[in-house]
Design a protein around this ligand. Structure first.
Ligand code: C2O
Length: 535
């Protein structure tokens, strides 16, 4: 195991896209930010120095940070922000994980431009459980706004409405030639005929689940969220914000230029967003003057494709990489996901859109929850988050008013150390129908079941996959449906859980778990580092 150090200078830089130039927040002046490389077992020291006029924190999405939430990064959950002119070193030990993850700013909407890939290679001397690819490349999908993103959000908040949609989708920060002034801002991957490539695909978009495909080439899925899967071939993949997917692609077509493309999946298009980001798969030695062909992407609202793609995901589950699914459950949780309207004193028309879990809209605290927990500071949060909604209703029936009036609170749920948890996330069908990619910090979970309509606690558990369910850190709760997740609460600390659609997170679609300490100090939260940003 090695010690790797990185310096992240958060700084503002002018960047031009879509015929506009604007200052954006970057890490080290590059966009997307630098890739962090490590091997399983390594320790990373990432010193973040904030030179920008925004408070900042960085989250290492998908890294488990065992006993060490201090390095997790979500502002006001595990730390206070790094203020302008200040630094903080994230001290991260990578245990039992290898694959593709990513890092991003975790405060307001700054992750719009502050993000990058994390590549964790297998331990020295260990290969992949699939044929060694010839080369690999990162494909980081994102969104671009012509205006300042924080301003766009403020404007929306003032009106009590969602902010404007992004102006483009991007591949490695570049929109590609279907957008104005973007010929030169096109990502190209050069390949050699007959060789196999590993693509590490990351969805860093703020608000869109995406389909991704490459014209003429099949994708073989081998890993999701840094967990190996049983390989399967697909013409396209579905990837939600927060998720990562590794695919193998063989350059086995007639030498030429082929478009790779990403476009949203919205199973209930409240607003049509059909913008397509493109990049080029370019065979070596072929002039790039030939017009490439576009891949067949599933249609915007192709729910059938989305459901069947997700249904194919299975943990590899070999002796070396077992799926250790909890078979017995100590604690059953059932959370409804609601969108509604609340009163608002600061917005123009007196109401604003809001989101809730079990009718509770999460209120961000003023100091980090992990500090409050560690130092036993009273009055910051409560641990009375309900295990189920206040009154059961027909969650996916006709529009109802059962969770329009939500309660505001910083309510957490307390989990006993090493207890096993089943969490059912149930979408509700009140204002709009939308898919929600839920992300849990500090853990992976097993997706043991999913379905449309209302979860049935009598019938559905019988259909669970407890053998090789997909293991991940972010899962799309299907529109008007549910997912059942299981995990063992073996990582003490305070761990955020939220919808990874930034819009919904800001409306309050978030909560956190307090996981208690184990019996001894080896199973307890580590002491905070001395440079932890003060509140
Ligand atoms: Cu990738 Cu809490 O986020």
């Amino acid at each position: 195991a090695a010690l790797k150090t990185y310096q992240f200078d958060v700084q503002v830089k002018n960047v031009s896209r879509l015929c506009h130039s604007k200052p954006i927040v970057t890490v080290n002046g590059i966009f997307p930010g630098p890739t962090v490389y490590a091997r399983e077992g390594d320790t990373l020291l990432v010193n973040v120095t904030n030179h920008a006029q925004y408070n900042m924190s960085i989250h290492w999405h998908g890294l488990k940070q065992y006993r060490n939430g201090w390095a997790d990064g979500p502002a006001y959950i595990t730390q206070c922000p790094i203020k302008t002119g200040h630094s903080y070193t994230y001290n991260i030990t990578i245990t039992g994980q290898r694959g593709t993850l990513w890092w991003h700013a975790h405060i307001f909407w700054l992750r719009a431009t502050v993000y990058g890939a994390i590549v964790i290679l297998p331990k020295q001397g260990t290969g992949f459980p699939f044929p060694q690819p010839y080369k690999e490349a990162n494909i980081v999908l994102g969104e671009w706004w012509n205006n300042d993103v924080e301003e766009v959000v403020k404007q929306g908040n003032k009106l009590g409405l969602p902010p404007n949609m992004s102006d483009a989708h991007t591949i490695n920060g570049k929109p590609g030639p279907l957008f104005p002034c973007s010929e030169k801002n096109t990502y190209a991957l050069e390949v050699e005929q007959g060789k196999t490539y590993l693509l590490r695909i990351i969805n860093a978009a703020l608000n869109d689940e995406l389909f991704f495909a490459i014209a003429g080439h099949n994708l073989t899925v081998v890993e999701i969220d840094a967990v190996y899967t049983k390989p399967f071939r697909s013409q396209a993949i579905l990837i939600a914000p927060g998720q990562t997917t590794n695919v193998l692609v063989q350059a086995n077509q007639a030498p030429g230029s082929y478009f790779m493309a990403a476009r949203p999946f919205m199973d209930a298009p409240v607003s049509i967003d059909n913008k397509t980001a493109t990049g080029i798969l370019q065979y070596k030695g072929i002039p790039n003057t030939v017009q490439p062909v576009l891949p067949q992407l599933p249609a915007l609202n192709n729910t059938a494709f989305a459901l069947s793609f997700n249904a194919k995901l299975r943990s590899l589950n070999t002796a070396q990489f077992p799926a250790s699914v909890p078979l017995k459950v100590d604690r059953h949780l059932f959370y409804t996901i609601g969108l509604g309207i609340n009163q608002c004193t600061t917005c123009l028309n007196g109401t604003q859109l809001t989101a809730s879990l079990n009718n509770i809209t999460f209120v961000m605290p003023q100091i980090g929850l992990l500090q409050a927990h560690y130092f036993n500071t009273k009055g910051v949060f409560t641990t009375d988050f309900p295990d189920r909604p206040p009154t059961p209703f027909n969650y996916t029936g006709a529009p109802l008013t059962a969770n329009l009036g939500t309660k505001l609170g910083t309510q957490l749920s307390k989990l006993a150390f090493n207890s096993t948890v089943e969490l059912v996330l149930q979408d509700t069908n009140l204002l709009t129908v939308e898919s929600h990619p839920f992300h849990l910090h500090g853990y992976n979970f097993f997706v043991v079941g999913t379905g449309v309509g209302n979860f049935d606690p009598k019938k559905d558990p019988a259909k669970y996959n407890l053998v090789d369910p997909p293991e991940r850190n972010t899962i799309g709760v299907p529109t008007g449906g549910w997912v059942a997740l299981r995990f063992r609460a073996d990582n003490p600390g305070v761990w955020f859980m939220h919808c990874h659609l930034e819009l919904h997170t800001s409306w309050g679609l978030k909560t956190a778990f307090v996981v208690g300490n184990g019996k001894d100090s080896d199973h307890s939260v580590l002491p905070p580092p001395t440079d932890l940003p003060p509140c």
